[in-house]
Design a protein around this ligand. Structure first.
Ligand SMILES: [Zn+2]
Length: 296
């Protein structure tokens, strides 16, 4: 049974009257919403009380709650007796708009990161975000900004990009070994440094000190140490990636801020393949499976 009159009212003797026990529920819904509870949290609470929406045990759902918060009859429209003061309804509406704006804001870091680091895997030019169609058929995609490039004629759907990046970051967070680099071990490097250092000391101790030779040895040692520093700092970068991901939960949509902190470059290829280069230089390849259509 669907209600032909909004929850909280009944028609008695051809007059619209408030059902007090239902009106109380409406007031509570507004009050909880204004306090900051989500539609889902409010719905969960409603499903614990003995009053159902349509009287036949139909459970409360998010849409019913949403429509309740949008219904102008509760503030007296069309001659309905007032259940909700207009100020409260206005506040609820404002909150709802803010929530919508927050969702859009959450997308911003992700899109900004794509704009900054996404490049064409064919020519290396920046990728540009574009739209096609309108309404439900509106599509957002990325393509190469270089008009000369072959990649310019291809579109890379943002849904695919989001999906692949979400997978990659989730996967790394669940398996940190993926960020490791196969680099020369600290031990091997240290052995080389000790050897070079001994040679330098030998050259200095030599009574017939050949200054050219000593300088040569010093330079060799310095370059090894410098080299070691590079690798050392790369280890530090790898560590910083791991730290960033240590408390990263598996997400349904990749977090833009985290992505900007750990990814240096995303190369996109029309074959629906991306190469994700992390800030420590490690590259991860990911390809969209062909059998899963991307709603293109
Ligand atoms: Zn290109």
């Amino acid at each position: 049974m669907n209600r032909y009159i909004p929850f909280g009212y009944e028609i008695l003797d051809a007059e619209i009257k408030i059902i007090e026990r239902e009106a109380e529920v409406v007031r509570n819904v507004y009050s909880l919403y204004v306090q900051g509870l989500s539609l889902k949290e409010i719905t969960d609470r409603l499903n614990q009380i003995p009053i159902t929406y349509a009287g036949n045990g139909r459970a409360w759902d998010k849409n019913i709650v949403k429509r309740m918060l949008e219904n102008p009859k509760y503030t007296g429209a069309k001659g309905y007796p007032i259940i909700i003061p207009p100020e409260t309804a206005e506040l609820a509406l404002k909150l709802k708009e803010e929530k919508v704006a927050t969702v859009a804001k959450e997308d911003k870091p992700r899109l900004d990161t794509y704009r900054k680091i996404a490049e064409c895997a064919i020519c290396g030019s920046k990728m540009k975000r574009r739209h096609a169609g309108s309404g439900k058929r509106r599509r957002t995609y990325w393509n190469c900004s270089n008009p000369e490039c072959d990649g310019n004629h291809h579109t890379f759907h943002e849904k695919v990009l989001d999906k692949l990046m979400t997978e990659v970051v989730n996967e790394i967070a669940g398996n940190m070994e993926m960020v490791e680099h196969n680099e020369i071990s600290e031990f091997e490097k240290n052995t080389e440094i000790i050897r070079a250092s001994n040679k330098m000391n030998e050259a200095i101790d030599n009574i017939e000190m050949d200054i050219e030779n000593v300088i040569g040895k010093i330079m060799e040692l310095a370059s090894l140490k410098f080299d070691r520093c590079t690798i050392g700092s790369n280890t530090a970068i790898t560590e910083s990636i791991k730290q960033k991901l240590a408390i990263y939960p598996q997400r349904e949509m990749v977090d833009g801020v985290t992505m900007s902190q750990i990814v240096k470059k995303i190369k996109m290829h029309p074959s629906k393949t991306i190469w994700v280069e992390l800030i420590n230089g490690k590259e991860i390849e990911r390809k969209e499976k062909q059998d899963e259509c991307c709603i293109c």
